[in-house]
Design a binder for this molecule. Sequence first.
Ligand code: SF4
Length: 331
Amino acid sequence: MSNHELEIVEVIEKIKDLNAKKVGLQFPEGLKVHATKIARQIEQETGALVIISAVPCYGACDVADLDMIDSVGVLVHFGHRPLPLNYDLPIIFVDARSNMDVIGCVKSSIDLLDGYKRIGIVTTAQHLHLLKEVSVFLEKNGKEILMEEGAGTIKGQVLGCNFSAIKNLDADAFLYVGSGNFHALGIKLFTDKPVIVADPYLGDAREIEEFADKILRIRYARIAKAMDAKKFGIIVSSKKGQSRLELAKTIKSMLEDSGREGFILLLDDVSPNILLPFMDLDAFVMTACPRIAIDDSIMYKKPLLTPQELEIAIGKRKWEDYEMDEIKYGI
Ligand code: SF4
């Protein structure tokens, strides 16, 4: 039986134990293709009515407990681990563990890790169960492996906005096991250390350096453009896992102290269209998901900065002290 099939069997047992008559299912975008098959299986094997959340799910911060509270008795959330938040429904978290071989791509990373002895290894919920195998392989190849738990994350786990699991690691380089550039870029900007991606989907390994340089250049251009801004929109998310109203209030005071204006904007999903009507605002500061400013910047006409970038723009932080914004879960 595959990992996925095993996880679904466990979910069905838990739903039966809870005697739930209505079950919510929530998937990140990449797993939604499995939604109807899983819904059918749960309905057939438990007799419960299944309601699938069809709205986008962006991360572990974005659990639909409040959205579904009046519709279901239990929510099954796929693809993420729980964060230290107070959920309003019983939630069954399913890691959606990947079955992919990781050793092939880790083998490809050996050349790129040449010259680095202490390696911090990190991944997301899907591959966490494979880190032991990765560690053993790297140790056999002469590496010293560093891994730690984070605040709200388990050993070796990073989120796009939370790097507490690597904060205290004295690593020479980091190996990120997973696909895409998203997490590796975050690790690079957070640590400023060499980061290698071992990508099991492509079966190879690559450096993130060039991509990170390109992103940093864009960030510097956005910060420079915001230096002349007088009126800022301070974006606050209504999502429980992204909400940082206290930070927004601090930013508002900081702007006012510097002779600028700040207006707090509360919203759920951030998009360029939602900000369009605020034509009199010169720039925006993001207290919701930090990655929107970093990764989606090109979609926004006006500068969209992280709180740390705003500090640079208004002269409260030096350029060389550029820092990745984090949501500090569980602190
Ligand atoms: S805040 Fe952003 S980076 Fe953090 S978990 Fe949510 S979607 Fe991912």
